[in-house]
Design a protein around this ligand. Structure first.
Ligand SMILES: *Cc1c(COP(=O)(O)O)cnc(C)c1O
Length: 426
């Protein structure tokens, strides 16, 4: 990893703040910060390398705590300019970390159970975090059109962020997404295009568009801006630790689509240790998938290093990536930290949504049903230790996946007490 204990003041005119280069995750070769995402030597993915402000953890902690109540409080650890918080943006992040005692009782967790509820972001999913950082990169590179391939939430997050930043957007989704996600992707006024195919087809199409004059000057947040985009997920790790009183959790249950979020949460946790902001102690990261799209869970359980692509068929559409770019790194992290990658059926996803709603008053989208369902399964399998502090991620809002749950009134009656009694409810 590229945390270097270099004490060098980062001047305000650096468009990427403490970031100094891109480095290849496979071979370590370094590249200048630019809109590139693959190593020219080995085709490995590139990630942002930093000179982070090491040497004064107390000063850094104070600086973060006195920052804004959104993800820009962590600007000193992100590839963004020092004045980023003042730019027009959606100000995502710093969402609730909910102590979930009633859910813990149902599941038999005694060591403290928390839900990190990212449905509280401006467009109601965790994607506002990654987009916020990618928009800064787009600004730095002079891109005037923002784009992405999306399983739904990203399209809405890009549309809203572009509207707020005064940029054009043109986003691509599989044509058969949930109505809530389609409306949210279109309402901010950018162009929305449905593609006849799966997410993996959409993603391949976007890669082609980058090499074509039609996509010239476009910043695809999760393709040519992917190294910067990924860094936004680190803020989940920072927030969880800060909200636990600058302490690492023992166990985290994280949803896996492309695997970017899980790998960057691990990167964020390791940075906090390297910077002396939290005490170094072991943590385990668990990945959660839906059985109808579980290529990483399959590889984990089979003991493979290679992730074999699948054709998705699940109600958890936000996680429906059949060929996950960061799948192998998810396997590495789960194995290195003593975690696991598990999957649950669509029925268990719905049970998870209902359980979280009934116990904690949090209405999660299907991805949250996946993490809650997988948490329950991991406990049953004895893979998750109930006596340890555990954080479960809810990354999206149930209002976007209403069709997944059937719920409604107990009765429809005339407005009279007699009718209420007659219905057997009085
Ligand atoms: C995108 C997304 C994720 C995680 O995606 P990765 O590609 O693995 O980073 C998780 N939950 C929701 C709701 C999402 O939209």
């Amino acid at each position: 990893m590229a945390v270097q204990a270099v004490e060098r003041a980062v001047s305000a005119d650096r468009p990427f703040g403490p970031a100094v280069a891109l480095s290849c995750r496979e071979c370590g070769e370094r590249f200048a910060l630019g809109p590139v995402f693959a190593c020219t030597s080995c085709f490995g993915p590139l990630e942002v390398a930093y000179e982070l402000p090491a040497g004064d953890p107390e000063g850094l902690r104070r600086r973060i705590e006195s920052g804004p109540a959104n993800l820009w409080r962590y600007a000193p650890l992100l590839p963004v300019p020092a004045g980023v918080a003042a730019e027009p943006n959606l100000e995502p992040g710093f969402t609730r970390l909910v102590r979930a005692d009633r859910l813990a009782r149902e599941l038999g967790v005694t060591g403290g159970l928390f839900v990190k509820d990212d449905s509280g972001n401006p467009t109601h999913s965790f994607k506002d975090r990654v987009v916020a950082v990618a928009v800064e990169a787009a600004r730095a590179f002079g891109f005037t059109t923002l784009s992405c391939s999306s399983t739904g939430n990203l399209a809405g997050a890009v549309g809203a962020a572009a509207a707020r930043a005064g940029l054009r957007s043109c986003v691509f989704i599989p044509h058969d997404l949930e109505a809530g996600k389609v409306v949210m992707a279109a309402v901010y006024g950018g162009d929305l295009v449905g593609i006849e195919g799966t997410y993996d087809d959409v993603n391949r199409f976007c890669s082609e568009l980058i090499g074509d004059p039609a996509g010239e000057g476009w910043g695809f947040v999760n393709v040519n801006l992917r190294p910067y985009y990924g860094e936004g997920s680190k803020t989940l790790a920072y927030e969880i630790c800060e909200q636990l009183g600058w302490r690492l959790p023992d166990q985290l249950v994280v949803p896996v689509a492309s695997g970017s979020q899980l790998t960057k949460i691990d990167k964020g946790l390791r940075e906090l240790v390297a910077l002396g902001l939290v005490e170094d102690r072991p943590y385990r990261i668990f990945g959660a998938q839906a059985a109808g799209c579980a290529p990483v869970a399959r590889a984990f359980k089979d003991g493979h290093d290679v992730v074999r692509p699948v054709r998705p068929d699940t109600i958890a559409k936000s996680l429906a990536i059949g060929n996950p770019a960061d799948g192998p790194y998810v396997l590495d992290i789960a194995r290195r930290t003593g975690g696991a990658v598990e999957d649950v059926t669509d029925e268990e996803v719905v049970d998870g949504i209902r359980l979280l709603a009934r116990t904690e008053g949090i209405f999660a989208e299907t991805a949250g049903g996946v993490t809650v369902g997988v948490t329950r399964k991991l406990l049953e399998l004895g893979l998750l230790d109930p006596s340890l502090t555990t954080v479960v991620l809810n990354t999206g809002d149930g209002l976007k996946t209403l069709d997944a749950v059937s719920a409604g009134p107990r009765a429809v009656i005339r407005p009279s007490v007699a009718a209420f009694r007659a219905a057997g409810l009085g």
